[in-house]
Design a protein around this ligand. Structure first.
Ligand code: HEC
Length: 196
């Protein structure tokens, strides 16, 4: 349920979106596609929960097959294609972005930094929807929510063993994604809904 407090910002967003639409988007609105933010939030949750499950299942399999070293190589090849794999079903772009990125393809762009800073200072875990250049974008915080994350995002030499660190440095020479503690905000899910 959406409580009263969140209804107002959502309403404002709807208004903002409608006002800032260029004629093409206005047409989509005119043709009856009224933006239902509750629906978009639900859709964003469904997408991110499915992709997260898929990623986690794959990483865990790669871990049990050959430890974190194998799982890092696996993620290096497959993480982005796995996150992308559901995008076609929902006509959206699916990304994980972070200020302390491992893969430079996951750098913050557009409004990402602003949203991350807001969510970080408010410690909110609630998703938000914003309008970016006429597109609806759903953001949801990603936290270091499991001890398993620490094997590859914790402290080098402590939670991350030497062999794993070696492969991380080899695959990601500009890696920034270590030194996290459990509960830290790791980044954001970013779902950009595309128009027809
Ligand atoms: C086996 C090592 C490993 C484990 C365990 C792991 N990650 Fe990662 N993580 C990686 C690698 C490698 C990448 C870069 C993937 C790529 O190339 O797209 C990455 C990327 C990410 C990104 C995308 C942003 C970026 O930095 O590029 C997020 C967010 C993330 N991990 C969160 C988590 C969370 C949360 C957990 C625990 C549920 C976790 N990871 C567990 C290795 C790991």
């Amino acid at each position: 349920m959406i409580n009263f407090k969140t209804r107002i910002p959502i309403l404002l967003l709807v208004i903002l979106f409608t006002v800032s639409c260029n004629p093409k988007q206005q047409k989509t609105v005119d043709t009856g596609k009224v933006i239902d933010t509750a629906y978009i939030l639900k859709l964003g949750d469904t997408i991110t929960n499915s992709v997260q499950k898929l990623l986690l299942a794959n990483v865990m399999t790669a871990m049990s097959d050959g430890g974190p070293v194998n799982a890092v190589s696996f993620c290096n090849i497959h993480a982005i294609s796995l996150t992308d794999s559901l995008a076609g079903n929902y006509n959206c772009m699916i990304q994980r972005v972070s200020d302390k990125y491992r893969n430079p393809a996951n750098k913050l762009t557009g409004k990402d930094a602003e949203i991350l800073a807001n969510l970080s200072s408010s410690k909110s875990v609630k998703p938000v929807i914003v309008n970016e250049n006429g597109r609806l974008v759903y953001y949801k915080p990603i936290k270091i929510a499991m001890p398993a994350c620490m094997k590859c995002h914790g402290q080098a030499g402590k939670e991350i063993d030497a062999k794993t660190m070696e492969i991380i440095s080899q695959k990601y020479p500009d890696d920034l994604a270590t030194g996290y503690k459990e509960g830290d905000l790791r980044g954001l899910w970013k779902i950009t809904f595309l128009e027809e």
